[in-house]
Design a protein around this ligand. Sequence first.
Ligand code: HEM
Length: 453
Amino acid sequence: MTATLPPRGAERGPRRWPLLGNLPAFARDPLAFFESLRDEYGDWVPWALGPKRNVLVSRPEHAAELLGAVETTFAPQELGWAFRQLLGNGVVVATGEDWRRKRALVQPAVRPRQVRSYAATMVECADALAGAWAEGARIEVHREMAGLTQRIAVRTLFGGDAAGREAPISAAMAAAQRELGAEFRGLTLFLPAWVQTPGRRRMRAAVAVLDREIEHVIREHEEASAGGAGRDDLLGRLLAARDEHGGPLSRTELRDESITLYIGGHETTSTTLTWAWQLLSGAPGARARLDEELERVLGGRLPTYDDHARLTWTRQVVKESLRLYPPVWLISAVAGEGAVIGGRPVPPGTGVWTSPWSVHRDARWFPDPEAFRPERWDADAPHPVPEHAWFPFGGGPRACLGARFALVEAVLVLAVLAQRFHLDTGPAPVPVFPGLTLQPTCPVPATLRRAGP
Ligand code: HEM
């Protein structure tokens, strides 16, 4: 493995096809492609996606420098038609001043104090799921986790006003998310907006349902707030938010941010949980330490928000799962004037890419990188994790707004379910599919076994 940057002008990269650049290798298996670039050419690798010139950076400090410069010398990548259709101009899509204003308006709704108020819903939903499970039953882990995080997302976002609307909202969100994933990995990403495809028609249909349902929920929230009974959920907080000039989010902006928080938060957390169960099933030692902690801290009761800080091993399991399977496996931005990484100027227009997947699986920062070892996160671990080497939530000014929400949710859900059940997924490794998030390629069946005394 090449450990340092090559001298300027001597950077080497893979051979490129005319017109396509390295698109074929990237499209075939992007995870393997990025790892091979790192291993064969080093920490700064020029490559091309069609006509677009790119660089892959693989050192944690370079990834941090890139993320820190987004919205100053780097601009976020253009997102495709499907993103704009679904997320409108929400905080994930917006740039510049518009993004700054929206981020400032959305952030207070996901502060730790607010996440505390969503914890009870997370625990309630997980407890209901455990209540529906039975000893010896076969489940499909990814489907169960997706259903659970979907319920949590709808209820924390819309509270009681979503009652009766949960099914159509969840179905439309799931359909839209499928199309988003298909576009993200497919050639339609490069098609102009006017081209119609069956996938784009499905996306429009899903968005029409979402617009209708969310419009109702927003109206109910507005009426409640006008009657002096503002809602204590995410949408209620977005409705009450005011910018520096005292202006609220418009109806359209409320719709965009509601969908953004749902899409940003649900699939990322459900895949994290799915991988955590799969990894725990193959690691009896880690699972035994989990059982011991749950018994010691909770003693059979349901967890609360405050337990999240006490469940240190449970949190380490989540962090290690996010290391091996970072749901957002790819982050990139486009260089503008004055862009520099590692002291090296980057020509304007160059796409600079980094991959949490390949940095998290680099033996220089994580010894025995393929192994699931939550103990790496012990306070007295012999090889402390280097700064910036773990970045599943991105970093810099556009870092994930929901990181606290997601970590609390994953810890509480694991704690509730693991107190009651073991999920035996069997020894076979589950292949990974790098779609919009890092998902299992196939169903993940598991047999439920009762846990605890
Ligand atoms: C394990 C779960 C999650 C992971 C791994 C994750 C990861 C990320 C990453 C890597 C980014 C930055 C992307 C980039 O720089 O291109 C991001 C942005 C974002 N995330 Fe998350 N996320 C998770 C959960 C959540 C949740 C639960 C929410 C909402 C409640 C959320 C809302 C957002 C938003 C709004 C942004 C855009 C921030 C901005 O552009 O200013 N995420 N997320």
